[in-house]
Design a protein around this ligand. Sequence first.
Ligand code: SAM
Length: 232
Amino acid sequence: MNTVRLSTRLATVASFVETGAVVADIGSDHAYLPCFLIHNGTVQKAIAGEVVKGPYDSAVRNVRREGLSSAVTVRLANGLFAIEESDAVDTVTIAGMGGPLIANILESGKDRLQGVKRIIAQPNIYAKAIREWAVANDWTIRDEAILKEDGKIYEIIVLERGAAIYNELELLVGPILLQNKSAVFLEKWERELTEWRRVLGSLEQAEQTDAIKERKQELLTHIDFVGKVLAI
Ligand code: SAM
């Protein structure tokens, strides 16, 4: 992967960035995504935010090597605190982290989202945390994608402003992904069902404390929901 050829995962995130947007890529590591967006002409200006010094340094090096220092500003900052008002950022991308961490980054920096119209999130696990954050903060799910690369399955969630209500199943599997029920979607939830049944089996062997009983009930609810989706 480099700034001209991205992984399918990041290229799919990039495909949801609108032409002419001003993007802040949070957790930018090598700054591959912002550089790619500039190279292919989708955006003219981007911010790459990174909280860890090593990845920040490699983002700075990459941007310099590509001759993009005037177009991509790299900042060492925690989450959305990489965004400054004068940047006029209207699109945020956050990819390659767990859903709860992404939701936490959105929640703790939400004052920085004032001018932002679109958030494109790619959680590696537990996308539900992002959908729950969206509902609680008046963002609506405008689009979703699911893809498989190198044996791993990734979800992408595109949020825009507006209140929305989703039921528990939609929060878990994604309202748009649920409508489309692609082959990758079905494979993901087959895998999850197998894993949940395995965990449930081992919880049956454990001492039945209140916490274990609660976890079992949660798993049974998820198994019931998703089992119905797969049976259709
Ligand atoms: N976004 C790239 C991608 O999808 O390939 C890099 C993903 S990498 C696994 C996650 C990056 O997010 C790491 O470089 C990590 O240091 C950074 N990160 C984690 N928490 C962060 C935070 N609160 N603010 C900014 N960056 C963060």
